[in-house]
Design a protein around this ligand. Sequence first.
Ligand code: HEC
Ligand code: HEC
Length: 205
Amino acid sequence: MKKLALILSLLASCSVWAQGNVEAGKAKSQTCVACHGADGNSLLTNYPKLAGQHAKYLEKQLKELKLAMETGGKQGRNEPVMGAMAMPLSEEDMADLAAYYASLPISSNSTPENVVEAGKVLYTAGDAERGLTACIACHGPRGNGTELSGFPKISGQHADYIKLQLEKFRDGSRANDMNEMMRDVAKKLTDEDIDTLSKYVGGLH
Ligand code: HEC
Ligand code: HEC
């Protein structure tokens, strides 16, 4: 019984993010359409698809994009274009928008034949010699991540956007990953690895 209570309280403490309202989020999403698409699937490939992403992850990003604007880039996720969009949002707006986008289906994507082999090795096995942790360890076998642990879904995402983020984690210009988890991985990736992986995860679902 004691053990069960402990597990339950642990679970509760993991899920202390606000549950947003999907309908309210939809109403607030008008200003997002231009860049992220009418259904959360952006048409421009350097803008991320938000559809089907975990709500907790989306909410964290919005909070940290705003935080970077407020701290002159010292904290949070420093990206002025999106930061400006996050500035006027309240915590409730963020939770609602996150719930709305999480509820939409992500549009399909595929993996080009020529990266399947090399991509699979990097993704599922990493490279022990270089100390490169396999992506599968955190983002899961289908690239879907997990809501509670804060690992984002990366499958189905635009290759151009994935590439941009891996480069930003590698050079440290994106630094909002807890315990430098993603920067540690990205530091070990070559340009070729980044190119391969960003295309590979497209069809991984
Ligand atoms: C002018 C274009 C533009 C508009 C309008 C815009 N965004 Fe963005 N958004 C971006 C860009 C660019 C990025 C990627 C930033 C980067 O490269 O780090 C982004 C990233 C994001 C992310 C992070 C996604 C991820 O996978 O990490 C979220 C969440 C987000 N936007 C939500 C919104 C919401 C909600 C709105 C409306 C209130 C909105 N955006 C409006 C351009 C825009
Ligand atoms: C130790 C765990 C871990 C490993 C291993 C890992 N990631 Fe991540 N990854 C994360 C976390 C955590 C985040 C989200 C950081 C944040 O909160 O902003 C992330 C974010 C990302 C993003 C940004 C997603 C977005 O929507 O902006 C991409 C792309 C990504 N990872 C790709 C990879 C690839 C490719 C690999 C393998 C080379 C990999 N990751 C290995 C934990 C990991």
